[in-house]
Design a protein around this ligand. Structure first.
Ligand code: HEC
Ligand code: HEC
Ligand code: HEC
Ligand code: HEC
Ligand code: HEC
Ligand code: HEC
Ligand code: HEC
Length: 421
């Protein structure tokens, strides 16, 4: 009885304890699985969830279809045979440093490697893991070492269709030790998150699961999970909610949305990936140029800085969307771009071109080559294989956004016109 009494008495307390215990366990499990979920859900720095890839398709099919052909969309990807532009064929798969040292691009099954050889002996080999660059101008490649990212020694240069030394590496011998900072990924991907490394090692460590490749819809419009949930539940709603649209913002906000990546490398003031469309860029990072030296800017990667030096920009409300429709690949359509020039320079809104009439010249076909010529970048000078012997260094040509009158290019253009076409 005593025992019964005991169990009976404590029994009730036990029930309570058991109940509480079960509750705590259940709660802990819920919390854990919730935490696990939140780790696998990709979020931005503010805890807003990204949608799964291709989630915009059902409601914005047209835009998604045309956007898939753009350089932004293809700007970064996991490495694959179709993503890597350079050749793995036996006669063109080497980058030669000197007669005894070379890096060979090798394919082993579904994987790709950059393998260094000295006097014919292999001494280091690392995989192509990530491709940076759609291949318009070139590509660079990264490999993972646990949570760290490194740049491979050899890149690809499109105009010459060949392998070249990665910018920033020495030309003497292949090295594989250039850590990739988060700021590189900030300009070349939709999302990434850094984590604390185990050691006190310098440099950024990445959470691989939080990486979204490419410059996709949500890079410019913000994480879309809440937007999709709302519109799925309210199919009649006509106005888009829980989504950013620079098109509805002030001129400076519109410009900053592009200048984040198109105003050259900047001094960071806040962590990478904390800027959101609508924010003031100068509160997140500082330009490395001033009004005094903006005219000396390199054409590479600083379309914003250069545009601000143009009369077009300073005497109108123009922004990047005055000429670019980022949902469509319009590369090379100089006639289409010229139409946008003429929407302002039509003689009534703003002055038309004062170039004297020239036989064979149809101004409206191409305002671009005379007023926004492709100029050599001083910054990105790429060294081709065996350059020590041949001295072949080729610089990259980039469209200047300092819109002006360039007599030398006008002359070349007219000469070209006479010579053919
Ligand atoms: C379930 C349907 C649905 C899905 C999925 C969806 N949207 Fe929308 N979205 C809408 C509707 C409806 C509107 C309002 C009408 C319009 O502007 O087309 C809208 C509007 C927008 C706008 C304009 C907002 C404005 O203020 O002008 C943007 C930008 C946008 N969506 C981006 C996205 C992105 C990016 C994704 C994928 C991450 C996405 N949408 C997925 C339904 C959807
Ligand atoms: C997250 C960084 C980032 C943002 C934000 C961004 N861009 Fe880009 N943009 C790039 C990169 C990187 C490339 C080079 C892509 C490639 O070829 O791999 C590029 C390429 C381009 C090109 C060349 C495309 C071609 O096919 O010739 C244009 C034009 C352009 N961007 C305009 C814009 C405009 C306009 C905005 C703002 C609405 C913008 N970008 C926002 C990073 C960005
Ligand atoms: C490089 C930045 C960038 C990317 C990437 C981008 N957009 Fe946009 N989007 C813009 C800008 C800027 C506007 C405003 C255009 C304007 O006002 O001229 C816009 C406008 C929109 C609108 C409003 C309606 C319209 O057509 O103007 C929708 C919807 C939209 N985007 C959906 C998408 C979807 C879906 C994707 C991916 C497939 C995407 N965007 C990728 C910059 C971007
Ligand atoms: C401040 C933003 C920014 C940073 C940081 C940055 N890039 Fe870029 N990158 C761009 C833009 C914008 C373009 C395209 C526009 C241009 O060429 O003027 C570009 C072009 C490229 C291209 C040529 C792509 C093509 O096909 O045209 C490669 C390759 C590249 N970057 C690699 C890198 C690597 C690797 C890093 C980091 C180690 C890096 N970039 C850091 C903005 C950036
Ligand atoms: C949003 C309207 C707008 C657009 C679009 C525009 N411009 Fe302009 N542009 C202006 C204004 C305003 C001026 C200065 C006053 C004037 O000449 O009427 C100007 C000035 C110029 C000048 C004189 C520059 C100088 O330094 O003397 C040239 C050349 C020019 N634009 C060419 C172009 C070309 C080429 C395009 C297309 C790639 C273009 N513009 C697009 C508004 C525009
Ligand atoms: C007055 C028209 C105009 C404006 C405004 C303008 N662009 Fe462009 N942009 C062009 C033209 C034209 C090209 C050349 C396109 C081609 O050759 O395919 C170009 C090319 C580019 C390229 C590719 C450069 C290269 O050679 O690799 C990038 C990147 C770019 N623009 C970004 C921007 C950004 C960012 C803004 C806003 C800060 C902007 N553009 C504003 C007309 C303009
Ligand atoms: C063959 C080269 C060439 C082409 C093509 C060309 N321009 Fe010009 N443009 C010039 C030259 C040269 C001048 C300066 C002429 C002068 O001395 O008045 C000029 C002047 C201008 C001016 C400055 C007017 C002023 O005095 O402020 C504008 C604006 C302009 N062009 C716009 C355009 C537009 C828009 C297009 C395309 C429809 C275009 N240009 C096509 C060579 C060209």
């Amino acid at each position: 009885m005593a025992i019964n009494n005991f169990t009976g008495k404590i029994g009730n307390r036990n029930k309570v304890i058991l109940f509480l215990f079960t509750f705590v366990c259940l709660f802990a499990t819920l919390c854990r699985s919730h935490k696990d979920d939140s780790d696998s859900v990709v979020q931005n720095a503010y805890g807003q969830a990204f949608a799964v890839p291709a989630a915009c398709q059902p409601c914005h099919g047209e835009i998604c279809k045309s956007f898939a052909g753009t350089a932004h969309f293809r700007d970064s990807r996991p490495a694959s045979g179709s993503a890597i532009r350079g050749s793995f064929a036996a006669d063109s798969n080497r980058f030669i440093y000197n007669p005894s040292t070379a890096v060979r691009m090798e394919r082993k099954g579904d994987s790709f490697y950059q393998t260094a050889y000295h006097s014919g002996k292999e001494y280091l080999s690392k995989p192509f893991d990530i491709v940076i660059g759609s291949g318009r101008k070139g590509q660079s490649y990264l490999y993972w070492d646990n949570k760290k990212l490194y740049q491979l020694p050899v890149s690809y240069f499109t105009p010459a269709d060949c392998w070249c030394k990665s910018p920033g590496y020495t030309a003497d011998s292949p090295v594989y030790n250039r850590r990739v900072p988060v700021y590189c990924v900030e300009c070349h991907a939709t999302n990434a998150r850094t984590v604390v490394g185990k050691s006190r090692e310098y440099g950024d460590f990445f959470d691989k699961r939080q990486l979204i490749y490419g410059i996709d819809c949500e890079r410019c419009h913000g994480p879309g999970a809440a937007h999709i949930q709302f519109h799925t539940e309210h199919p009649g709603e006509r106005a888009g909610v829980y989504i950013l649209n620079a098109g509805r913002m002030s001129r400076q906000q519109k410009l900053d949305a592009c200048a984040l990546c198109h105003s050259g490398s900047r001094f960071p003031l806040k962590p990478a990936f904390s800027f959101r469309v609508g924010d003031t860029l100068n509160a997140f990072s500082e330009a490395k140029y001033t009004e005094a030296n903006v005219a000396t800017l390199d054409v590479h990667g600083n379309q914003y800085g250069l545009l601000t030096t143009s009369k077009c920009f300073n005497q109108s409300q123009m922004d990047c969307s005055s000429c670019h429709q980022v949902h469509t690949n319009e590369a090379g359509d100089l006639k289409g771009y010229s139409q946008r020039c003429m929407s302002c320079h039509n003689g009534s809104l703003h002055k038309a071109c004062t170039m004297p009439p020239t036989p064979g010249l149809v101004l409206g076909n191409n305002c671009i080559d005379c007023h926004m010529p492709a100029l050599p970048s001083q910054k990105i000078v790429l060294q081709l294989s065996n350059a020590a012997d041949t001295g072949r260094d080729i610089s990259n040509l980039v469209r200047t956004h300092h819109i002006a009158i360039y007599p030398a290019y006008v002359k070349a253009f007219l000469k070209n016109l006479k010579g053919g076409r």
